[in-house]
Each structure stands twice: as C-alpha cells, then as structure tokens.
Design a protein around this ligand. Structure first.
Ligand SMILES: *Cc1c(COP(=O)(O)O)cnc(C)c1O
Length: 221
C-alpha cells in the first residue's frame, strides 16, 4: 500500500479552507487511495492524464483543471470537469462557455492572474483582467460561473516575496469583487498555496490550496 500524507496535510488546514489534492504524475491507485480516505476534489494539469483517471475512477470525484489549457482541448473535459482554474483569456472563456452549453452544463471557472515576478508563470496581468471584465461579454454567458481567482507565487525561499504576492492576490480579489461581483455570493474563491507555501497562503485569505507533492510524494508517472 502506498503511504500518502493526506491526513497530515488536512490537519494543517485552517477551517473552511478547501483542499484540492493535486494528483498529476501519480497513478490511478494513488488517487483511489486518497478517495477511499474521503478526498473528493482532485487537481490535474494535463488533459490526457485527466481523461484516463476520470474514466478509471469514481464519478463523484470533482476534478479541477489546473494546467495551461489550449482551447482545442476544452471539448474533451467539458462533459465532466467541475472547475477550470486557469482561464487566462477571453478566447478560452468563450470556448468553455460554448462547450459547456453543448453539454448542457455550467462550469465553474477561475481567472488565473500573473502576479509572480517570474516570466515563466502563466496567467493574465490584472490590467488585462480588468479590460476583459470591463468588456462585459461574460455577463451573458449562462454556462460558466466566474468563481474567483487563481495564482501561483514565485518559486523562491524568500518568504517576504511570497507573502507580498499573496497579499497582492488578496487585494486583486477584493478589487474584482467590489468592481464586478459585489452581489454575486458565488464569487468567493481564492485559489493559492501549493506544497511549499500553502501555510503562508492561508494567512492571506486563500480559500483553496492546491497541494500535490506534500500529499503524494514526488513524481511517479
Ligand atoms: C503541480 C501544481 C500544484 C501542486 O504543486 P506541489 O508543489 O506538488 O504541491 C499546484 N498548482 C499548480 C498549478 C500545479 O501545476
């Protein structure tokens, strides 16, 4: 039997914080074991790997897509995905709306913001995000729900940098909430914090932490 650290991680979560168990690079068996221990929300970052796991595993798992998503892949996950955390363009949002409608579903999405200094990190700048939301097209989309924001902090040991980035994320969430979603109770998700920084993220209002290696260990597949 594979030993995971699910319960150790759970014990460190603030009350009300939702754990997205990131199972990428870990086999179906590892996911099944966490499922048997009561975990229902899992995060995956590659469409093909997700497809295999979705087919093999219990259907009440809530899958969150957390990787970069190409518009031409949306159709494969639209029939079953619970949340797409990495929406970084209007084009992608439109395609999710289109595919969700085809499947007669409503898909929850997060806007991925680029806050870290690192060029390699993905996501939209806050300015592009504001411009997109000012456009207002999203208001007519009946098959997506914009639930909040997602971001990744810099990959660094400098705790001050990380704290600064989470503080910024918290501020941007508040700005978007006030500007566009004041009366929308469902705009309530702040997805930040990974294995190395989720304890800090929780101090900055994170509602969803995405924890992989701390639970499942290092990459297996
Ligand atoms: C892989 C991944 C995680 C989990 O990372 P760990 O450091 O293994 O916890 C979280 N979020 C995203 C977007 C990822 O790609």
């Amino acid at each position: 039997m594979i030993k995971n650290n699910l319960n150790e991680v759970r014990a460190t979560l603030n009350s009300g914080v939702c754990l997205v168990a990131v199972s990428k690079y870990h086999p179906v068996d590892a996911v099944q074991q966490a499922y048997d221990e009561g975990q229902r929300i899992f995060g995956e970052s590659r469409e093909q790997e997700l497809r295999i796991k979705h087919e093999a595993l219990p259907k009440d798992i809530q899958w969150h897509f957390i990787g970069h998503l190409q518009t031409n892949k949306v159709k494969y996950i639209a029939p079953y995905i619970t949340m797409i955390e990495t929406v970084d363009s209007m084009k992608l949002m439109c395609e999710i709306e289109r595919q969700a409608q085809k499947n007669e579903r409503v898909i929850d999405i997060l806007i991925e913001l680029h806050i870290a200094q690192e060029e390699t990190k993905s996501g939209m700048s806050i300015d592009d995000c504001l411009q997109m939301l000012d456009g207002g097209e999203w208001r007519d989309m009946r098959h997506i729900r914009i639930r909040g924001i997602m971001m990744m902090a810099s990959n660094t040991d400098n705790v001050d940098t990380i704290k600064h980035e989470f503080a910024q994320a918290q501020e941007y969430f508040k700005l978007l909430k006030e500007k566009y979603f004041e009366n929308d109770d469902l705009f309530n998700v702040k997805s930040y914090g990974m294995s190395g920084d989720y304890l800090i993220a929780q101090q900055y209002g994170s509602t969803h932490v995405r924890v992989g290696s701390r639970i499942f260990g290092n990459k297996e597949i």
